[in-house]
Design a protein around this ligand. Structure first.
Ligand code: NI
Length: 196
C-alpha cells in the first residue's frame, strides 16, 4: 500500500480569462480509474476547495484537463453532501421544472456573486474514481452546485447565464475584491499546510 500522504497540497485556482476554463474537459478513461494520481488529485482538490471556502470545485479550476469535480455542499434540508464524480452528465430537465433563485458565485470569479435562477432539483450520472457508475440526486443549493460544476467541465461559467449588464457587474466586483479574497485564501492555506 502507499505511504501515508504528505502534507496536503493547495493548488492554484484558475481565474476567469484563463483558456482552460473555456473548453470542454477530457473524458476520464480506464487509464485514470483507480490510479494513485487520480486519488491524489481528488485529495488536493478537496484541500483547495476548503481553503478557498467553496462548496464545489472542477478540475479545470485547478488547471487540470479532466471531467472531474468535487463537492462539499449542503442542500436545503441542511444535509451535507461530500464527494466527487467523473464524467458527470446532468439528466435532462423537464421543461416545466421548478426554478429557484439564490445567490451564486464561483471560486474562479473571486469576490463576485449574484442571484441566479436554477432548477430546484438536479440528477447527475457519472462514475467514481474506480470507474463505477454513480447517480447523485441533489436539491436546493446542492442541485445548484451540481449544475454549476458540470457547466465548468463543459467550458461554461455561471456568468454566461447572466445578462450582459450583470456580467459586467460581476467583472467589476471581481476586479475590486479579488486581492482581498486571495489574501483570505492565503491565510487559510497557511493554517492547513501548517508550519514545519
Ligand atoms: Ni465555479
Amino acid at each position: 500500500m502507499s505511504e501515508p500522504r504528505e502534507r496536503p497540497t493547495v493548488l492554484r485556482i484558475t481565474e476567469v480569462g484563463e483558456e482552460i476554463l473555456r473548453r470542454a474537459c477530457r473524458t476520464a478513461t480506464e487509464e485514470d480509474f483507480g490510479s494513485e494520481r487520480l486519488a491524489r488529485l481528488i485529495d488536493d482538490m478537496f484541500t483547495t476547495m476548503h481553503v478557498a471556502d467553496g462548496c464545489g470545485l472542477a478540475a479545470n479550476q485547478v488547471d487540470v484537463d479532466l471531467r472531474l469535480f468535487v463537492y462539499d455542499c449542503p442542500d436545503d434540508d441542511g444535509v451535507r453532501h461530500t464527494g466527487h464524480v467523473l464524467n458527470p452528465v446532468v439528466e435532462e430537465q423537464d421543461p416545466g421544472r421548478a426554478l429557484i433563485e439564490e445567490t451564486e458565485g464561483c471560486l474562479s470569479v473571486p469576490g463576485a456573486n449574484t442571484r441566479l435562477a436554477r432548477p430546484a432539483r438536479t440528477v447527475v450520472r457519472g462514475v467514481n474514481q474506480h470507474g463505477e457508475p454513480i447517480v447523485i440526486d441533489g436539491t436546493g443549493y446542492f442541485a445548484r452546485c451540481l449544475q454549476h460544476e458540470t457547466d465548468h467541465l463543459n467550458g461554461g461559467l455561471y456568468i454566461d447565464r447572466l445578462s450582459a449588464r450583470d456580467r459586467k457587474r460581476m467583472m467589476k466586483q471581481t476586479a475590486d475584491r479579488r486581492e482581498k479574497v486571495f489574501a483570505e485564501r492565503a491565510a487559510r492555506a497557511a493554517k492547513v499546510v501548517g508550519a514545519e
